[in-house]
Design a protein around this ligand. Structure first.
Ligand SMILES: Cc1ncc(COP(=O)(O)O)c(C=O)c1O
Length: 477
């Protein structure tokens, strides 16, 4: 085959593929409400999936048909209205359309040169997010893959600050022979933050957690005592604005007040919790966040843009630029007129996640985002009410935001027996597949903890979830 043959062949194949997608894409998107959350036969379907590299492939159309078939029978429908495990959002129409186009255009947002529109959308979208969350206009930000990488950017910038406070440049000199950076937080700290600190040379084991109970709520007096003992030495404080088991918050304002009396970098992990700001009903939960030094927010959770999308905001541009410096003779110099997001964050080459973020904010504005958040707050309250009304369930939290913690309790069992029962029920529910809802722990107790962050979820879905839970529990018995 010559190069000309290949070009001709692929162009024709692309035309045929577009015809095929015209039919299949509306079906895929149109069945999001009805497709099962977790196909229960996935393991059997995928049993013989792996195969040696084909010598001659099956061609685009047959391959795409097979891909759709695989997803119908063995793909999770996490964007559907019945997925409440972890913290998973939906996709608004504008965001989904824009994200498809980001791939169709293959827009690269490493630097302005490659996609002026994509980079401008990123800057505009981040500015709008700062307005939505009440963060200072002057803060730079960067789009990354999610809250883990946003924490990575924020913590790397904070670590850079810490080094500079002590008179060295970590990004140039490394950590060898340097003292340990003190990191103080509550028991609400997320595993993603610990992962970042692990790879940034701090070590998970060196994170100091100040807790006043077994759930991990902050003991602020103990934290203050530790800061006094540091006697002005620079330290990192991590505020957890939205914890994943019950949707509780560290006391954001009090922690930042405390940090400001000492020499701290304050990082706020608001992956989903920062969306509390979008509604007057919940904004108080993150009051004072604008006085932090860095803030993490996730987009694929409550902004309802497709995976993967998260945002890091940092008070000081120079710290980000020094921590993530990316320069070579063939690369463009960073300039404010023609920015290079790839030089202030971890990824150099990066797809245009900005398309979806810009599009959803442009399409629905502040009001649309408030409606998405309040819809989910209402769903959480509805779910909590259902738990309270049912004899066989105990409500385990007073939901402040979008997470409801409850357990199945048929009566006559000890806490420990209920823990074991709920763990078994959790596994059986996932095997059933109608709902993606999981268990976790609140202190010593095993709980279900549905997190509602998707505009698609309806009250009927909640009614059916409780019917399903009772059905699965009865089958298990
Ligand atoms: C508070 C918090 N931080 C960080 C993360 C990690 O986010 P991601 O999976 O988007 O990287 C999560 C995910 O649920 C979270 O809830």
């Amino acid at each position: 085959m010559t190069h000309a043959d290949l070009g001709e062949e692929f162009r024709l194949e692309m035309d045929a593929l577009m015809e095929q997608l015209k039919e299949s894409l509306p079906k895929v998107i149109g069945s999001i409400d009805t497709r099962i959350a977790l196909p229960p036969d996935a393991e059997a379907v995928l049993k013989d999936f792996r195969e040696p590299l084909p010598d001659t492939g099956t061609g685009a159309q047959a391959t795409i048909e097979r891909l759709i078939e695989l997803n119908e029978t063995a793909g999770g429908n996490v964007v559907g209205p019945k997925s409440y495990h972890f913290v998973i959002g939906g996709s608004t129409p504008a965001a989904l359309g824009a994200d498809l186009l980001a791939t169709a255009y293959e827009a690269i947002t490493y630097t302005w040169l490659l996609s002026p529109a994509g980079v401008e959308m990123e800057i505009q979208a981040l500015d709008w997010l700062k307005e939505l969350f009440g963060l200072p206009e002057s803060w730079p930000g960067v789009i990354v893959t999610g809250a883990t990488m946003a924490n990575f950017v924020c913590l790397a910038s904070g670590r850079q600050w810490w080094g500079e406070q002590l008179g060295f440049d970590i990004s140039e000199d490394g950590l060898a022979g340097k003292p340990q950076m003190p990191v103080l937080t509550s028991g609400f700290v997320h595993a993603a933050t610990l992962k970042c600190l692990a790879v940034q040379g701090v070590g998970r084991g060196n994170v100091q957690r100040f807790c006043r109970d077994d759930f991990g709520r902050l003991d602020i007096d103990a934290m203050e005592k530790a800061l006094v003992e540091l006697d002005g030495q620079p330290a990192m404080m991590i505020v957890n604005a939205g914890e994943v088991n019950a949707g509780e918050f560290d006391p954001v304002k009090d922690m930042i007040d405390l940090a400001r009396q000492h020499n701290c970098w304050v990082h706020v992990d608001g992956a989903f919790g920062l969306f509390a700001k979008a509604s007057p009903r919940t904004a108080h939960l993150v009051e004072g966040v604008e006085r932090a030094d860095s803030v993490t927010v996730d987009g694929h959770k409550w902004l309802n843009v497709p995976y993967d999308s998260g945002y890091a905001f940092v008070r000081d541009y120079g710290l980000m630029a020094r921590a993530f410096r990316y320069s070579a003779d063939y690369l463009p110099e960073e300039s404010s007129a023609r920015p290079t997001p790839g030089a202030i964050g971890p990824e150099s080459s990066r797809r245009a996640r900005s398309f979806a973020v810009w599009a959803t904010l442009k399409a629905y504005g502040r009001e649309g985002q408030r409606r998405i958040v309040e819809h989910c707050l209402d769903i959480a309250q509805y779910c909590a009410k259902k738990v309270l009304e049912a004899d066989q369930f105990d409500l385990m939290n007073d939901p402040q935001l979008n997470i409801v913690s409850f357990r199945y309790n048929p009566g006559g069992m000890s806490d420990e027996e209920l823990d074991a029962l709920n763990e078994r029920l959790g596994a059986a529910v996932l095997a059933d597949g109608r709902y993606l809802v999981g268990t976790s722990r609140m202190g010593a107790r095993t709980i279900f903890r549905p997190a509602f962050s998707n505009w698609r979820t309806r009250t009927e879905d909640i009614d059916e979830m409780f019917e399903m839970l009772l059905e699965v529990a009865a089958d298990m018995a």
